[in-house]
Design a protein around this ligand. Structure first.
Ligand code: HEC
Length: 178
């Protein structure tokens, strides 16, 4: 048998095995309910798709931050006992590959801040914040990074309109997906 035929025979055998295997699946599981999917489907995209109803500004966010974030991130996002790096500032990225990357000098989309906080923060109690609390802390961190004003209202409409300083320095691999 030539190498080509060996390959074809092997591929055919694998396909046949696959078909037989598929036919003999144990038929476990059941269709998942929409409501169960919704609980996990919490992605917030840069376009604003996925952002919930609610709103907040930096003044409100400062209070939520002091109560629920400062223990790890320090007062006013300056860095604390658990996360030493500040949540704002940072030198220009043009200063080299090792430059500390922050929300202000690196993050491309403001919606990522909402998405990340909603799914991962507070680190020890993720997914315990209300939508208003997430909008408010998002506003507060954007304010600390001098990207929005203290009283600017952040919600599903305004958050995607916030232009992050580093946004245009990313190469968008799948522009139709954002
Ligand atoms: C128990 C400690 C703890 C608390 C409380 C906490 N965080 Fe964090 N936070 C972390 C840790 C640890 C990381 C780094 C996580 C990682 O890299 O995966 C982090 C990372 C972050 C980042 C990403 C920073 C960056 O530039 O990469 C943001 C934003 C953030 N936290 C926001 C918040 C907000 C908002 C709150 C309050 C609602 C909060 N955190 C409460 C521990 C905490």
């Amino acid at each position: 048998m030539s190498m080509r035929n060996v390959l074809i025979a092997t591929a055919a055998a694998v396909l046949a095995l696959g078909a037989a295997y598929a036919a003999e699946t144990p038929n476990l599981g059941q269709p998942i309910a929409e409501a169960d999917v919704a609980a996990w489907d919490i992605a917030a995209l840069p376009s604003g798709v996925g952002l919930p109803v609610g709103s907040g500004n930096a003044v409100e966010g400062a209070k939520v931050y002091a109560a629920k974030c400062a223990a790890c991130h320090g007062d006013e996002g300056k860095g604390g006992p658990i996360v030493r790096a500040p949540l704002f500032g940072g030198p220009p990225l043009t200063e080299g590959i090792d430059v500390r990357k922050t929300i202000g000098n690196f993050w491309g989309h403001a919606t990522t801040l909402f998405d990340f906080t909603r799914r991962a923060m507070p680190f020890n109690q993720p997914r315990t914040l209300t939508a208003d609390e997430i909008y408010a802390t998002t506003a507060y961190l954007l304010y600390l990074n001098k990207i929005i004003g203290e009283n600017d209202v952040i919600d599903a409409k305004t958050l995607p309109q916030v232009k992050m300083p580093n946004r245009d320095n990313f190469i968008i691999r799948f522009p139709d997906k954002i």
